[in-house]
Design a protein around this ligand. Structure first.
Ligand SMILES: [Zn+2]
Ligand SMILES: [Zn+2]
Length: 360
């Protein structure tokens, strides 16, 4: 680690894992470039901090690694050459612009602090579906689907069974606690769409198969160790939902002290969105936003998530959209009342809800 002034060292140790920041705030990153130092326990993308402020025409050792990152997450529409150079060429610039558009960041085409901080944040392994878009460079404002808009079909009401692999699991959280976290995650989606999820003991025949896997586990999407890629799931009607066994999973962040702990319920809720057919959203507050910092809990479906799921399945007849808007407002109140760190930008949240309502 490079030497830091004594005053900044505690800030560096604390800042990347600030627990009560409910939403990543790009402006904060821009004000505190210290956050771009390598992150504890995450060697996967931590070294990218040295590319700060690079733009087209520059050259840096290891920049080919960043190109592989963009290729991995779908930001090169055409296949990239196998021999990647360390030059910041036009194609990399175009990829940076697409990434910024897809993640809801200011579009600069450069590796500014905001963009690099986002790139280094742990995320889902499912590529961002840029290929679906007619406008490749403008900002994306809401939910997306997989190519061809696949969804589960069957007699109504649609019922999907799910089970956790008895063989591919983790031993430091009880099966009962894993099951409880998953039950809450599935229930969030079931509340808004007419789909029932039923827990099953028959893993082999369950519609949705959940398992914890390490490294290369046979589906062509290897996991990468602590942080980096946290999980992935496949589009309908695959039902495979895989969590990286190398993470320090937590069902109660209040009791789990690890700085690299990842909230199981948050990641499961996100991956179930993929299982149902949703892609990634550019709305930062949405559960379907692709990244999630360690020690962050983000489980409440937002208007954007609900609209996406309902576009595929229709609405649960018992669900009222106004309840969601109310709960988004009241959760903003709760954060504000808590004070200090973690206060979300209420104006932004409110604006997002209003815009979503207008688009219905
Ligand atoms: Zn995802
Ligand atoms: Zn997998």
């Amino acid at each position: 680690m490079p030497s830091l002034p004594p005053l900044l060292l505690p800030l560096f140790l604390f800042f990347p894992f600030t627990y009560s920041r409910p939403f990543p705030d790009p402006l904060q990153h821009a004000k505190h470039p210290i956050a771009l130092q390598p992150r504890l326990g995450n060697d996967t993308w931590g070294s990218f901090h040295r590319f700060l402020d690079l733009g087209r025409g520059s050259h840096a050792n290891g920049l080919s690694g960043l190109k592989r990152y963009f290729a991995r997450f779908g930001y090169f529409p055409e296949p990239y050459p196998t021999q990647l150079s360390d030059s910041f060429d036009a194609r990399l610039e175009a990829a940076v612009v697409r990434y910024q558009a897809h993640l809801g960041l200011p579009i600069t085409g450069k590796l500014d602090g905001t963009t690099l901080a986002q790139i280094m944040t742990p995320r889902c392994g499912v590529p961002d579906p840029i290929a679906n878009r007619s406008n490749q460079t403008g900002p994306i404002e809401r939910f997306t689907f997989f190519t061809g808009r696949p969804r589960w079909t069957g007699s109504k009401p649609l019922t999907l069974t799910y089970a956790v692999s008895p063989a591919h699991t983790i031993d430091y959280i009880s099966r009962a606690n894993i099951a409880a976290a998953l039950r809450r995650s599935f229930a969030r989606w079931a509340r808004v769409i007419p789909v029932r999820f039923v827990e099953s003991a028959e893993y082999e025949v369950a519609d949705v198969k959940v398992g914890f896997y390490s490294g290369d586990h046979g589906d062509g999407e290897p996991f990468d160790g602590v942080l980096g890629i946290l999980a992935h799931a496949f589009s309908p009607e695959s039902g495979n939902l895989h969590l990286d066994a190398a993470e320090r999973w937590a069902v109660d962040l209040g009791k789990e002290e690890s700085q690299v702990a990842v909230d199981l319920e948050s990641v499961a809720t996100h991956e179930i969105g993929h299982v149902l057919g949703l892609g990634h959203s550019a709305v930062k507050e949405a559960v379907m936003y692709p990244s999630l910092s360690s020690r962050m809990k983000k489980v409440e479906l937002r208007a954007d998530d609900v609209e996406g799921a309902q576009a595929l399945y229709g609405s649960n007849p018992d669900f009222r959209f106004s309840q969601l808007v109310e709960s988004e407002t009241s959760s903003a109140h709760r954060y504000a009342l808590r004070g200090g760190r973690g206060i979300p930008r209420r104006g932004w949240t409110g604006a997002a809800v209003v815009v979503s309502m207008l688009m219905v």
